[in-house]
Design a protein around this ligand. Structure first.
Ligand SMILES: [Ca+2]
Ligand SMILES: [Ca+2]
Ligand SMILES: [Ca+2]
Length: 453
């Protein structure tokens, strides 16, 4: 009997439940479907050919078979589990285009281990017919992680891909072409929910309400090394083509927010009664029907932007109303109409080392008044920014053109900056550059044999 104890202890410590069928059933027919595996993990009992989960530890569900599982109803997770697919092209959970009452995956009442991890899989075509949420919902007692997950073409009321009131970490994942009739085309975070987004892409999501990709209401978002592009708030009341924050806080670093659209204002971001800190990021080419093509900041919000580039948004780069903004080491340039617009006692404070890049529009609207601020003058205009493109690193950037006055005109001091949006070490050359991009203009010395010719 003594000899059995180590085996028993090991089994209790880690239950790996292996799915061997692409069917969606709970019938005692000698297989282990995903639905049966989730039931085995939830109840810690054997279900058909699925082995029992652990009552204490996070169970792991793996797949012996590749392909698409057409889910006819929601999978309800009630205990900590990792559903570990075989890759986003190999393990596909599909809502079968049928309207499900609830979400495809729901993690709401968790006993014991609170960790739910979804990894290396795709969730698509889930349509929630009732209430908020498209593909996934998670509650305040759940700590949900998505790693190497694709969420595409899901739809719902709010949060086409995911709705949460808990902690969610999203890494190496993509939210593509999710849609909602309400707000948060891809993701809806509310009621003290907190989302961390790293190295992920939000593209082509849309909402009829606000937040084409992400809507945060009374929550927090921390975003790094990620891309938000071509998201849309479709209606003429939609604010925040990519991100909409209401009574919330967001931190954005090393990220690109471009070519998003909103039918009202805030083509890239809209802040209402919220705080945003943005560094080493690019906000470019966003559009909205009303002024605030890049950012609309209103209702007692506070915006802080450092080492970033706000360019080519229309109409107007940044609109501030009843709110404050702090800029340091920022390029604000080539936005249509005006670079900045302050309304209703909106206040912009410069901490220096900013550059307003004149392009036939104004260069005074951003109220930059420090000796180290640069406003390129008409007639002396030298284009600072190259096109938005892949200049290395995980996200798109505007490279600095050779000879730009942004080169070596930055402070290097804000928030202890040590790299640029791409991850290139700062400073290159004599000092830090202004904006999200640190140029490395290498001086090339020709070989002696050529110099002599
Ligand atoms: Ca079965
Ligand atoms: Ca369990
Ligand atoms: Ca430099």
């Amino acid at each position: 009997m003594v000899g059995l104890r180590p085996f028993a202890a090991t089994a209790a410590a880690q239950a790996i439940i292996t799915v061997d069928s692409l069917a969606d059933e709970m019938v005692d027919d000698g297989n282990c479907t995903l639905r049966e595996a989730v039931e085995a993990a939830n109840t810690n009992t054997a279900v058909d050919d699925c082995r029992p989960g652990s009552p204490i530890f996070q169970d792991t569900i793996t797949f012996r078979i590749d392909g698409t599982i057409l889910l006819q109803d929601a999978l309800v997770i009630t205990q900590g589990v990792e559903i570990q697919g075989n890759g986003q092209n190999n393990t596909i959970l599909d809502g079968a285009e049928t309207a499900i009452s609830g979400r495809l995956i729901s993690a709401s009442w968790i006993e014991g281990n609170p960790n739910v991890d979804l990894t290396h899989l795709t969730i698509q075509n889930a349509h929630s017919s009732s209430g908020p949420g498209g593909a996934i919902s998670s509650s305040a007692v759940v700590s949900l992680t998505l790693d190497y997950v694709t969420l595409r073409q899901n739809s719902g009321g709010n949060g086409g891909g995911l709705t949460t009131t808990g902690n969610v970490t999203i890494r190496h994942s993509q939210f593509l072409s999710n849609t909602v009739t309400g707000s948060g085309g891809a993701l809806y975070v509310t009621t003290n929910g907190a989302v961390t987004i790293e190295q992920s892409v939000f593209q082509n999501n849309s909402s009829q309400g606000s937040g084409g990709a992400l809507y945060v209401h009374e929550g927090t978002a921390t975003i790094a090394h990620s891309t938000f592009s071509h998201n849309r708030g479709e209606s003429n009341l939609s604010t925040g083509g990519a991100l909409n924050l209401l009574s919330s806080a967001v931190t954005i670093t090393h990220s690109a927010i471009f070519n998003n659209y909103s039918g009202s204002s805030g083509g890239g971001l809209r802040l209402a009664d919220s705080q945003a800190t943005i560094s080493n990021s690019t906000i470019s080419g966003n559009n909205s029907a009303a002024p605030g093509g890049g950012l609309k900041v209103e209702i007692n919000s506070a915006l802080e932007v450092r080492n970033s580039t706000i360019a080519a948004n229309a109409p107007v780069g940044v609109v501030l109303a009843e709110s404050t903004a702090v800029f340091q080491d920022v390029i604000i340039g080539e936005n249509e109409g005006q670079n900045c617009l302050t309304l209703l006692d909106g206040i912009i404070q410069s901490l220096g080392h900013n550059l307003v890049d004149f392009n036939g529009y104004d260069f005074y609207s951003c109220q930059l008044d420090q000796p180290t601020d640069i406003a390129t003058e008409e007639g002396l205009f030298i284009r600072t920014l190259g096109p938005l493109q892949d200049n290395g690193g995980p996200t798109l950037t505007h490279a600095l053109m050779p000879g730009s006055t942004a080169v070596d005109a930055g402070s290097c001091s804000s928030l202890h900056v040590t790299d640029d949006q791409r991850g290139i070490t700062r400073p290159q050359g004599a000092a830090c550059d202004i904006g999200a991009y640190e140029g490395s203009f290498v001086t090339i010395y020709l070989p002696l044999i050529n110099r002599d010719q």
